[in-house]
Ligand binder design. Structure first.
Ligand SMILES: Nc1ncnc2c1ncn2[C@@H]1O[C@H](COP(=O)(O)OP(=O)(O)O)[C@@H](O)[C@H]1O
Ligand SMILES: [Mg+2]
Length: 226
């Protein structure tokens, strides 16, 4: 089922007392089912904070957040983890691959966690490796790859389980245009083929131009949506 996210007056603060920083101020927006939405904003504007909340990695400090009409506060830990494991693919700014695992193992891991059979995993992972131009790197460790290759492995790992919600934190940051294009192309295909919803933080015009709509963050506040 496609995923709709609704945020109403979501705020997030870090630290305590006089060291407290408010990274998000009463953010409200809806990511519609199947929407491909960009979050634009300069460094420090709160993009990663917002994405971590939307991807169920961090809780908000205040406000309401719902997934397909179910308030986050109504989901117990098990339901929240289930959502994250099955329905949400997260592409991290710094890819966060597992250093001791090969490219193949890193990408296969989410499928293993979801109990998919080894034979099916092999088919799916190899097909995606070919699509991402990474098949010749399948047995390499992350430290043996270039920054761009690591980022592509991070994209493949997030997309392999065909999640219904993909959260991408500056997915093209360390990619040249050709590779950014391949990554974005794959994201768009998943969006069209399975109706997955996408929330993509970026300040790359190449990415933003290819989104359905964009919202803009500045100092933790939401500006106009276009
Ligand atoms: N874990 C944290 N602890 C304290 N402050 C943080 C933390 N994460 C982010 N911040 C602060 O929150 C603000 C927004 O950061 P972030 O969400 O990373 O912005 P962006 O992704 O747009 O660069 C910044 O002022 C940053 O220093
Ligand atoms: Mg960030």
């Amino acid at each position: 089922m496609a995923i709709r996210l609704e945020l109403a007056a979501v705020s997030k603060s870090y630290g305590h007392d006089k060291n407290q920083i408010t990274a998000l101020h009463e953010i409200s927006f809806t990511l519609a089912e199947g929407e491909f939405l960009a979050v634009q904003g300069p460094s420090g504007s709160g993009k990663s904070t917002l994405l971590n909340i939307c991807g169920l990695i961090d809780p908000p400090s205040a406000g309401h957040y719902s997934l397909n009409g179910t308030a986050l506060s109504q989901l117990n830990t098990k339901a929240r983890c289930g959502y994250r494991r099955r329905e949400i693919g997260f592409i991290f700014q710094r890819h966060q691959l597992i250093p001791a695992m090969t490219v193949y193992e890193n990408i296969a891991y989410p499928l293993l966690l979801n109990g998919i059979r080894k034979k099916q995993i092999k088919l799916d992972v190899e097909q995606l490796l070919v699509r991402m131009g990474l098949i010749h790197r399948r047995a390499h460790l992350p430290k043996q790859l270039s920054g761009g290759e690591r980022q592509r492995v991070g994209i493949a790992r997030a997309l392999i389980k065909r999640p219904q919600l993909v959260i991408a934190d500056e997915p093209s940051a360390s990619l040249d245009h050709q590779h950014a294009h391949a990554g974005l192309q794959l994201m768009r295909e998943l969006n069209r083929e399975y109706g997955a919803s996408f929330l993509i933080a970026s300040h790359d015009p190449f990415v933003i131009d290819r989104c359905d709509r964009k919202i803009e963050l500045l100092d933790g506040r939401l500006g106009a949506s276009t």
